[in-house]
Structure formats: structure tokens, C-alpha cells
Design a protein around this ligand. Structure first.
Ligand code: GMT
Length: 380
């Protein structure tokens, strides 16, 4: 198949899923055309089946905000037409699904039918999409997509609850490449961070409010009162400054390291004993799956799609959002030497269920069905 993939190219779950999906499809022989405003972070190598088309955003003194959606729709029209694509797969509803709808209508007038699949990732529904300033367009473009997928049952439920959607939503979870995300031998790294054999907690995120990084630091502060422990914080974002101040305020700076945006996150995860994700909302929790693949147990909140990934008391623990006491108690259970090896083993076993080789055929089958149904409907 010749597939156009539209996504946010930066660090972040939806862009990572879209890029990894494109790479895996290309490896299976599909021709993949990425259409984004800059080169996706994980698309930094050559493959004969991978193509990249940059959206040209023209500015003009009259525009306070350049109309990205129009530039994107125009680029989609050209790529579909000249590369003769079979399908467009847009990741994150805003503004990709509505831009795809516009491209589809333009192409239709030119006699070209292009099926559009939209994947809902989370905040496009749970945070931004619900806002009245976007909701009518989000509802419309979900209903007008030829195929819709959501990354968890919970996100599907949330979408059906809050939007007037009559389209079917197929659940296809996030996935992981277990060849890349696996525990590596990095003992020297562990010794450098934890010279006295301290336990190591890790958190990775985009440091937005919804991730509740302050809870990470507060739980660490409590755990450290009981056992020797270190914390690595991977990623960057709007809350970072505030978090550094909180560390200073709690006097924990010497045991916490902010690593910033790190491409080889699997190296850090390879030496971690516990991954903490206390998010307010989380449609799936790709970062937690990456940790599990590296044999790291989870301490998470019990919201959104997380319980579909983290099995309570087996791969880690699910806790109430913001309950520092509960999270501290559960962290200490996981980090207890007599429990830790079992949690680590269970985490890996669970991650294997989300291996790319198991999830990729779900997308391929969904594409085939969507193309067939769209062409059938157009010919009626
Ligand atoms: O987590 C984020 O804030 C980034 C966000 C995104 O859209 O890039 O991630 C969302 O999509 C990921 C991939 O499907 C999911 O694994 C994340 O759980 C989801 N984030 C939220 O729902 C907050």
C-alpha cells in the first residue's frame, strides 16, 4: 500500500506512534509518505520505502497566525495526487483530521477518492478537543473520517461520551519495538548514578501540568526518607522550571537529575527499578510501555487507558491521582528486594503483548477494510 502519514513530528506520544508505525510498515514493504512541518524526530535514517514531504507554511504580514491547516491540506492534495497514495492516516484529530477532510473534498472534485483514517491519541479528545473552540470541528471530522481508531478502550468510551459521534471507533493500542526497547547492559551507568547501590526511579514526560511531575518529586521525597534512592527525570516542558524549584525547596537536588530530552531513553530505562507516571489523564501511556519493555515495573495513576496496560499488583500498582501517601506505600512494596524481581518479570511479559509484530497487522487489516468500504460507498 502507499500510505500518507500526518502527525506532529516532535517528541511526544502521538508523533512517536505515527513515526514508528510508518517505519514498521515500510519495513514490511509498504511505501510510506510522511507529511509534516518538520522531519519527525525518529525518522533519521534512509529507507527506500520512506519519504518525507515538508509542509510549506507561508507567512504574510496580514496573518497574525499562519494558516497551517490550509498549507497542510494543500500538501496532502499534492502528495496524494502525485504519489498516487491509497490512503491517508492522520494522527491526532486537531487539526489533522479536518485538514484531511478538506484535502479529500478537493481531490474528489478532481476525480480522486482518498480514504482517510484518523487515530485519536488522547489530549486531542480529553483536553483540547472538548473545548468549545474546537469541539464542532473535531466532532465533524471524526464523523467524516472513513476509519477511526483510538489507542485504548477508555479513549473510545470518552470520545463516545463527550462527542456526538456515530462513526465506528476501532481500538488499536500503542505498540513497542522489543528489539529496540529491551534491558541493556549498562551497569557502569547505574554505578555512576547510584554509587551506593541506591534504588533508581525514573519519570519521562513532556513536563506538562497533566503529567503531575510535582507528584513524582513528592513521592520520591517520601520514598527517600525510607530507602536510599535516586530519581532521573527525562524530558522537558513548561513545568520544568517549577519542578527544579520544588527540588530545591525540598532539599532533594543532590538525588535528582534532570536529563532533558533524551533520544536513547531505553539506556536510562535499562538501569531503572521503578517507572512513575502519576498523570491526571493518560489515554494509553506509551512511556510506561517503553519502561515495561526494559523490565521496569510501574507506579501509575488509575486513570484513562493506564489500567489497560498496568495490571495492579502484578506489573506495578495503580493509585488514585494525587494520593502521595498511597503512591509512596506502593513504591516501597515494588522496590522491596523480595518483590522487585517478580514485578520486573511481569512487566516484561506484559510488554510483549504490545509488540509491534502483534499490533501492526491490526492497522494493516483496518486499512484494507477502510479502503474497500470507501471505494464501495463511492461506487454506489
Ligand atoms: O502525553 C502527551 O502529552 C503526548 C500525547 C501526544 O499526543 O503526543 O500523548 C498521547 O498519545 C500517546 C500515543 O498514543 C499516548 O500513549 C499518551 O497516553 C497520550 N497522552 C495523554 O493522553 C495525556
Amino acid at each position: 500500500m502507499k500510505i500518507g502519514i500526518v502527525c506532529y513530528p516532535t517528541f511526544g506520544g502521538s508523533g512517536v506512534v505515527a513515526t514508528e508505525l510508518g517505519k514498521a510498515l515500510a519495513a514490511k514493504g509498504h511505501q510510506i509518505h510522511f507529511i509534516t512541518y518538520s522531519q519527525p524526530t525518529r525518522l533519521d535514517f534512509f529507507s527506500e520505502n520512506l519519504f518525507y514531504h515538508e509542509v510549506d507554511i507561508k507567512s504574510y504580514p496580514l496573518f497574525e497566525h499562519a494558516p497551517y491547516e490550509l498549507a497542510l491540506a494543500s500538501k496532502m492534495v499534492n502528495v496524494v495526487k502525485y504519489e498516487q497514495l491509497d490512503l491517508l492516516h492522520v494522527h491526532y484529530a486537531i487539526p489533522h483530521a479536518s485538514a484531511a477532510y478538506m484535502a479529500k473534498q478537493i481531490l474528489k472534485r478532481q476525480g480522486i477518492i482518498i480514504p482517510v483514517v484518523t487515530t485519536l491519541h488522547g489530549t486531542d479528545i480529553t483536553l483540547v478537543g472538548k473545548d468549545p473552540s474546537y469541539e464542532p470541528v473535531v466532532t465533524f471530522s471524526i464523523n467524516e473520517s472513513d476509519g477511526v481508531t483510538a489507542v485504548s478502550e477508555d479513549l473510545k468510551k470518552d470520545t463516545l461520551l463527550h462527542f456526538d459521534v456515530d462513526n465506528h471507533i476501532e481500538v488499536i493500542p500503542n505498540f513497542i519495538d522489543l528489539n529496540r526497547f529491551k534491558k541493556q547492559k549498562k551497569e557502569h551507568f547505574k554505578r555512576a548514578i547510584c554509587p551506593n547501590d541506591e534504588k533508581l526511579m525514573v519519570h519521562t514526560s513532556n513536563f506538562r501540568k497533566v503529567k503531575r511531575v510535582d507528584d513524582v518529586i513528592r513521592v520520591f521525597f517520601e520514598v527517600r526518607k525510607v530507602i536510599p534512592c535516586k530519581l532521573l527525570l527525562v524530558g522537558d516542558g513548561p513545568e520544568r522550571d517549577k519542578m527544579e524549584r520544588l527540588c530545591r525547596q525540598l532539599g532533594t537536588c543532590e538525588d535528582i537529575r534532570f536529563l532533558g530530552k533524551l533520544e536513547a531513553v531505553e539506556e536510562v530505562l535499562s538501569v531503572a527499578d521503578l517507572f512513575i507516571m502519576p498523570s491526571e489523564k493518560e489515554s494509553f501511556g506509551l512511556a510506561a510501555l517503553e519502561a515495561m519493555a526494559c523490565e521496569v515495573p510501574l507506579l501509575t495513576s488509575n486513570v484513562g487507558g493506564i489500567p489497560e496496560l498496568n495490571i495492579n499488583a502484578e506489573t506495578g500498582f495503580l493509585c488514585e491521582v494525587g494520593n502521595i501517601e498511597e503512591m509512596t506505600e506502593k513504591a516501597l512494596i515494588i522496590l522491596d528486594e523480595k518483590n522487585l524481581p517478580v514485578f520486573k518479570k511481569n512487566a516484561l511479559a506484559r510488554a510483549k503483548k504490545f509488540d509491534v509484530t502483534a499490533v501492526l497487522p491490526l492497522y494493516e487489516a483496518f486499512y484494507t477494510k477502510t479502503i474497500e468500504n470507501t471505494l464501495l460507498a463511492e461506487n454506489q
